[in-house]
Design a protein around this ligand. Structure first.
Ligand code: ADP
Ligand code: ZN
Ligand code: ZN
Length: 758
């Protein structure tokens, strides 16, 4: 192999170039494309970088810095992964360094000792050499004089099952000490005299789990048919949409598909939109697959993430994972031999990363990843996204349908209760319609459980002076403060800043300050007044920040320690609780008026998802929806669980107004401290983009929250023909942005794009 002089390196930065370094002779034999290296950067920084290219072309620089060393973690990025990074950076308009940043766990990115991955180790004890039975009995005889040492030695032999079938060679030092009830000094004597020796072994940061039952559940005839449909679709297509109503057994089908993939020697990536969901699914997977399953999400520590990373690519001394369950960012994990990717709840918008870059959609990235490495993708949903269903109808994806629940349990009964009418008749009980209150009452009487969805957290989402209308807003973001009863302060949901609850109006000094609107905290308060004997819990961003709190909430629900669970959309997905029969949805129609072309689709999906939690096992569930607009077409679609009608309506609208799947959207953001500067820059940008054919330009406009963290924001929406290449549009935007930056007035305006915004 020829030895090269230079290497182009990817660094985890937003700068869009690669950086050229000289290769020192010491590593010229080892270095190769994809390898991790430590390089100097700037005056005194060091970074972990990835080799992208080796070459002999002298760069056009006065001085070329030298690579310091290879990383000692054995970091290596395969050709396939690098291909994916490159696609993400091109498609989502970001630097490959930003993709690197999202793809690697922090502990593997760290170039200095402090942040680096540390293996967790356990000191083990083993015999210093193999002993024959005679030697061993001589040894034990000699120990009779020192009873403590003798006892310890006997315990050691006992714990290793010495001489028996299934014996192990070593035992953990701490466990041995505890079980033999002896001291360190006794043990040290045995080590010093050369009978036992200590070894350091890597230990997992996760609890062990053994598979309990590798045999899979018998599928029903309908499930079998769906599984067959998926398998036969795979002979022609790489992606199949599994459209199955809630509780139809989609997860069982995934488990069968996983088993098949493992039997072919392939690995599996299983993605869920939220950590909250992983808790229940991981138990189901571990039941069958035990320690072959790893889990990866933002709740893990840096070192835990690094362990998972290494176990999935087989570069760990610990057991190799064959199945990885994870959220969005797991799509970048180095799963080798990847044969199957499952994207559950494929319609979910949390697959899209909004901030920071890369602003990628993990579902779409999965399809590209599968394409690169020859794997297959199953997209699963009870309410597929319009885009995915369109891909089915146009023949791009295969399709399998499951339209009945397991055990032939009926879909829940949906009841719309008119909150406007109830208000008019003064029949509302606090924030609840009489229909909802009596359904909760009945469920509690029957010893059943209830879930209430309120898609807004906190207590009151605005505070208003009843005399003059003044309302306190966040000084950085011009967003209404939300009042949180715990700890009794006002919070900005955008930047996190907080303030105390004013006792007087800042404008007219009146003390007539009112709390308006109701979030989950308020619902919890009111429900506990109405149902004082019920055990009530809350699941939202605020109540789940502590590690393990989601698991605890779900466990309490499973064990019926909770009667009523109140939550944001976090509770809408995945929950599979036997005794849960009533679901209440509070003021869902607020969602219908979001200025977003997906508002109707989202509303339908949320209602269907959360309804799906009701009555999954024995009795038919009941869903009570409070709405001020019971005659809205979407409410009718929800009532009849009519996905097809929703899909057709949406498709027509999107065709007429050139929205996806009939166009590609790119939202360009411009940000600056000064309102006039950002407005001027956005006007010029939009005017320039309008000159190009094949693009429709909307805006510029201030988004609903037009000032966040002290920066004014303008956005421009581009609808581009699908026939135009994304590279062409990217160049167009880039050229315009740099032209703006040439202008002194606009040189400090931040400009970035969100491709396929959600
Ligand atoms: P989905 O993923 O479509 O919501 P699940 O796979 O969670 O549905 O199935 C709903 C419930 O029915 C689960 O408790 C699951 O264990 C059970 N179930 C589904 N299919 C079967 C089967 N073939 N045999 C036994 N139990 C099943
Ligand atoms: Zn006032
Ligand atoms: Zn703020």
């Amino acid at each position: 192999m020829p030895e090269y002089i230079y290497a182009d390196i990817i660094l985890p930065l937003s700068l869009s170039e690669l950086f050229t370094y000289r290769i020192p002779p010491g590593i010229s034999k080892e270095i190769r494309k994809g390898a991790g290296v430590i390089v100097p950067f700037g005056k005194k920084n060091r970074y972990t970088g990835i080799v992208f290219k080796l070459h002999n072309d002298k760069p056009d620089l006065t001085s070329v810095k030298e690579i310091i060393s290879m990383t000692d973690t054995g970091l290596f990025i395969s050709e396939e992964q690098l291909g994916l990074w490159q696609w993400v950076s091109e498609y989502y308009y970001c630097s490959i360094g930003e993709v690197m940043n999202a793809a690697l766990p922090t502990a593997l990115l760290a170039a200095d000792e402090s942040g680096k991955f540390k293996r967790k180790t356990d000191t083990k004890l083993t015999l210093s050499r193999p002993y024959t039975d005679e030697e061993l009995s001589v040894l034990l005889d000699g120990l009779h004089k020192t009873p403590a040492r003798y006892r310890l030695m006997i315990k050691f032999l006992d714990m290793t099952s010495y001489g028996q079938e299934g014996s192990t060679s070593s035992v953990s030092k701490s466990v041995l000490l505890k079980k033999s009830n002896t001291s360190y000094s006794v043990l040290n004597k045995l080590v010093e005299s050369g009978i036992l020796k200590e070894i350091l072994e890597e230990k997992s940061r996760f609890a062990e789990s053994k598979a309990e039952e590798r045999r899979l559940k018998q599928l029903t005839d309908f499930q079998k048919e769906a599984l067959d449909d998926i398998c036969s679709a795979f002979t022609e297509k790489n992606t199949v949409l599994l459209h199955g109503v809630t509780s139809s057994g989609k997860t069982e089908i995934y488990i069968h598909l996983i088993e098949q993939a493992l039997n072919r020697g392939e690995k599996v990536l299983y993605l869920l939109p939220e950590i909250a969901l992983t808790a229940q699914i991981i138990n189901r997977l571990r039941f069958h697959f035990g320690d072959l399953v790893g889990i990866y999400h933002s709740g893990l520590s840096d070192n835990e993430k690094a362990e998972v990373y290494k176990r999935i690519c087989g570069s760990s001394t610990l057991g190799e994972y064959r199945i990885l369950l994870g959220v969005r960012s797991s799509i970048f994990l180095p799963v080798n031999n990847l044969g199957l990717i499952i994207i559950d709840e494929e319609h979910d918008s949390s697959y899209k990363q909004f901030d920071p870059a890369p602003r990628y959609n993990a579902r779409d990235t999965a399809i590209m990843r599968a394409h690169i490495c020859g794997a297959r993708v199953v997209l699963g949903s009870a309410t597929p996204s319009v885009e995915s269903m369109y891909n089915v109808r146009t023949g791009k994806y295969g399709y399998a349908r499951l339209d009945r629940r397991f055990g032939d349990i009926k879909m829940p009964e949906i009841i719309l209760t008119d909150s406007k009418e109830a208000h008019r008749k003064k029949a509302m009980i606090s924030h609840f319609t009489p229909g909802l209150v009596s359904a909760i009452d009945e469920a509690l009487d029957n010893g059943e459980q209830v879930v209430l969805l309120r898609n807004r957290r906190g207590f009151a989402h605005f505070i208003i002076c009843a005399d003059c209308g003044w309302t306190p807003i966040c000084p950085n973001c011009s967003v209404n403060y939300t009042y949180h009863k715990k700890p009794g302060r006002l919070y900005c949901h955008y930047c996190g800043s907080s303030d105390s609850l004013p006792s007087r109006c800042a404008s007219c000094s009146s003390t007539n300050i009112k709390l308006k609107g109701f979030g989950t905290e308020k619902v919890e308060d009111e429900i506990s007044i109405l149902f004082p004997d019920a055990k009530i819990d809350r699941m939202d961003y605020d109540s789940t920040r502590r590690k393990g709190s989601v698991e605890k909430l779900i466990q309490d629900l499973e064990e019926a320690k909770t009667d009523i669970l109140i939550g944001t959309q976090m509770i809408s997905k995945g929950l599979d609780i036997e005794n849960l029969t009533v679901v209440g949805i509070l003021n869902i129609d607020g969602m219908l008026f979001y200025p977003d072309f997906r508002a109707h689709e989202r509303c339908f999906q949320l209602a269907a998802q959360v309804s799906g939690r009701a009555g999954r096992r024995k009795t038919r569930g009941k869903v009570i929806i409070q709405t001020a607009d019971p005659f809205h077409p979407v409410m009718k679609q929800i009532l009849n669980n009519d996905y097809e009608d929703m899909y057709q309506n949406q498709l027509e609208e999107r065709k007429e107004f050139h929205y996806p799947p009939f166009s590609r959207l790119i939202r360009i953001y411009l940000k600056h401290r000064n309102r006039a500067v950002v407005t001027g820059a956005a006007e010029i940008m939009a005017a320039n983009l309008r000159k190009f054919q094949g693009t429709r330009v909307l805006g510029p406009e201030f988004p609903p929250h037009s000032r966040i963290q002290d920066l004014y924001i303008k956005s421009i929406l581009l609808k581009t023909d699908k026939s135009k290449s994304y590279m062409y549009i990217r160049e167009l935007i880039k050229r315009n942005a740099s032209a703006l930056h040439q202008n002194k007035e606009f040189s400090s305006v931040r400009i970035y794009s969100d491709v396929d915004p959600q």
